[in-house]
Design a protein. Structure first.
Length: 177
């Protein structure tokens, strides 16, 4: 399967603050079909499109093509059907299995704050370790139960031995009389 073809057109290619998953971006774009027919343009509306990268609010190919961009950069993204609208298309504007071509300019980028990114990382870490920790906990509970039962068996045997000793002493005393 093809991936998104990215062609840098203008603006900075290198910067210290590239777009990444979780960032909220504002872009201006023009979308065309492979035959050149215009189907959408934020420029014509005069209002940029704002969305969070990774939140799946736009087609997957759009997100993939924007990751790594710098503010002020313009790219042309050629997005294959499976990363756009697929076999269903988006009638009546986009036919089924259409390759889409977007010219995208990154206007603004707002990085998630450090606390949000940290919390996402912590949550992902907790998801990763939860199953092994739960497994270890179950093994620990089973071990403790086995150990407790084993101690109860030993205590029961000890009491039985004591009772036998007492019985033997009583029997000896009875025989002596």
């Amino acid at each position: 399967m093809e991936n998104v073809a990215v062609k840098h057109m203008s603006g900075p290619e290198e910067c210290s603050n590239k777009v990444d998953v979780g960032d909220v971006v504002s872009i201006h774009y023009t979308g065309k079909l492979k035959n050149g027919k215009l189907f959408d343009s934020s420029k014509e509306r005069g209002e940029p499109l704002t969305f969070e990268i990774g939140a799946r609010n736009v087609i997957p190919g759009m997100e993939r093509g924007i990751i790594g961009m710098c503010i002020g950069a313009t790219r042309v993204l050629t997005i294959p059907p499976h990363l756009a609208y697929g076999p269903n298309g988006h009638p009546p504007v986009i036919p089924p299995d259409s390759t889409l071509i977007f010219e995208v300019t990154l206007e603004r980028k707002q990085q998630k704050n450090v606390v949000d990114k940290f919390m996402v990382s912590v949550f992902q870490f907790l998801k990763l370790i939860s199953f092994p920790v739960f497994g270890v906990y179950i093994v620990y509970i089973v071990y403790k139960k086995y150990k407790r039962e084993d101690e109860q068996r030993k205590e029961s045997k000890r009491k039985m031995k004591q009772e036998r000793k007492v019985e033997k002493k009583v029997e000896k005393k009875i025989k002596k009389k």
